[in-house]
Design a protein around this ligand. Structure first.
Ligand code: KG4
Ligand code: ZN
Length: 388
């Protein structure tokens, strides 16, 4: 089955053409074409992601990226076609509509069986751009369109194992506990079987990636702050000196599996407010202690969730899962306390937002009979996997 997958939930625009085959026991995915554009540089200037700006960028980039992905997959033809105006009408932005019409007029229907698009959670204006683009393509080409949950994509990213030119998924041992740590989410979710979810814990305020980004900003580090903080913390740790900075571990001793990170950010705010000048060492010390605090909380809440729900597999997904220090903390937890639990992370290059994970989720959903292509799609900024 060939899938065209589209991701526009935040500040990455991504289009992938995947060839998927196999069963739920063992499926394989070949990337025929893949194009991704990160808006991070643009958002660096503003210190964060602005939804309307992100939407404009997605509108600008979707057509070139779709053209590239289809061209790489050898599915883009250079002929002239006429398309029905009715199909592009839903694109309200004039220049986006013009680009999409020109794109559709320049290629015949590609040999695609399914279009998959992220329809939540994320920034609603950004999500709508991808959703309406997918719907126009689907309507023009007569190809079914399925909406995919971004967080499910992050979970499935961790199951992908590279074997030569393909990615393989072998069925994990269920139940699977997922620690999802991204710019918009911090959740512990139990997957009892493929695509059946129960929410175990979540952040009551900021997401962990958001906290990394906000604290980075307080330390005058560029957006996205997570990788910068990661690097500064590593420099601090390499000095092997006693860290003079101490920060709280919010909700560490609370009985739930919920998280809270806004207090940690406020603690850093008060700390730097009282410092007339931030030296290199200060920045490294704060980043190191912040990362220690985040790791302590993530590890202890994950430990509690494992003790309560006895998962066979632990999955860590979302942009923050790129953080090696946090990974090491979770590895230690599994090694020392739950050696029978399998641990899976996304491969390098698949920790952040991408369209491959959206196509993979669409295929797994198709195999489970849970890919609904009959409903008109709605972008839902705050949708939760556990509602599905
Ligand atoms: O999953 P993702 O790419 O986008 C969302 O769905 O939000 O996650 C982005 C987040 C950002 O907050 C970024 O700062 C954080 O992931 N991040 C990191 C690291 N790499 C990315 N946070 C900590 N350490 C990292 N190495
Ligand atoms: Zn994400």
């Amino acid at each position: 089955m060939k899938i065209l997958a589209i991701e526009t939930s935040c500040d990455e625009t991504a289009v992938t053409v995947l060839e998927a085959s196999g069963t739920l026991e063992r499926s394989s995915f070949r990337i025929l074409g893949d194009a991704l554009y990160s808006q991070a540089k643009l958002h660096t200037e503003y210190g964060g992601v602005y939804p309307s700006l992100a939407k404009r960028e997605h509108q600008k980039n979707l057509v070139p990226l779709a053209t590239k992905a289809l061209t790489d997959a050898d599915m883009f033809s250079k002929a002239q076609y006429s398309i029905s105006e009715e199909n592009v009408e839903q694109l309200r932005d004039e220049s986006f509509r013009h680009d999409v019409r020109a794109f559709l007029e320049s290629t015949e229907k590609p040999r695609i069986d399914l279009i998959a698009v992220t329809n939540g959670p994320g920034l609603e204006p950004a999500l709508w751009t991808g959703v309406s683009f997918a719907q126009v393509l689907g309507a023009t080409w007569g190809i079914p369109v399925v909406g995919i949950d971004h967080m499910e994509g992050h979970i499935f990213s961790a199951f992908l194992k590279k074997e030569q030119e393909e990615y393989i998924i072998t069925a994990p041992r269920f139940p699977v506990l997922s620690l999802l740590i991204s710019g918009g989410h911090t959740e512990l979710i139990l997957m009892k079987h493929w695509c059946e979810y129960e929410l175990i814990g979540r952040t009551r305020d900021d997401a962990v990636g958001e906290a990394f980004d906000k604290v980075a900003r307080l330390l005058a580090l560029p957006y996205p702050g997570g990788p910068e903080m990661d690097a500064q913390a590593a420099l601090g740790r390499a000095r092997e000196t006693q860290n003079p900075v101490t920060l709280p571990r919010p909700m560490l001793h609370d009985d739930s599996c919920d998280f809270s990170f806004s207090g940690l950010k406020t603690a850093v705010l008060y700390l730097v407010r009282d410092m007339p000048h931030l030296s290199k060492d200060d920045i490294q010390n704060i980043a190191q202690e912040f990362e220690d605090a985040v790791r302590d909380v993530l590890v202890s809440k994950t430990k509690r969730a494992i003790e309560r729900h006895a998962p066979q597999t632990l999955v860590v997904g979302g942009g923050v899962s790129a953080n090696t220090y946090i990974r090491e903390g979770l590895e230690e937890l599994i090694r020392e306390s739950h050696p029978d639990t399998a641990l899976a992370y996304p491969a390098q290059g698949l920790t952040g937002d991408n369209a491959v994970m959206i196509g993979v989720s669409a295929y797994i959903r198709t195999l489970t009979g849970k890919a609904d292509t009959t409903q008109p799609l709605v972008a839902r900024g705050s949708q939760s996997l556990a509602e599905n």
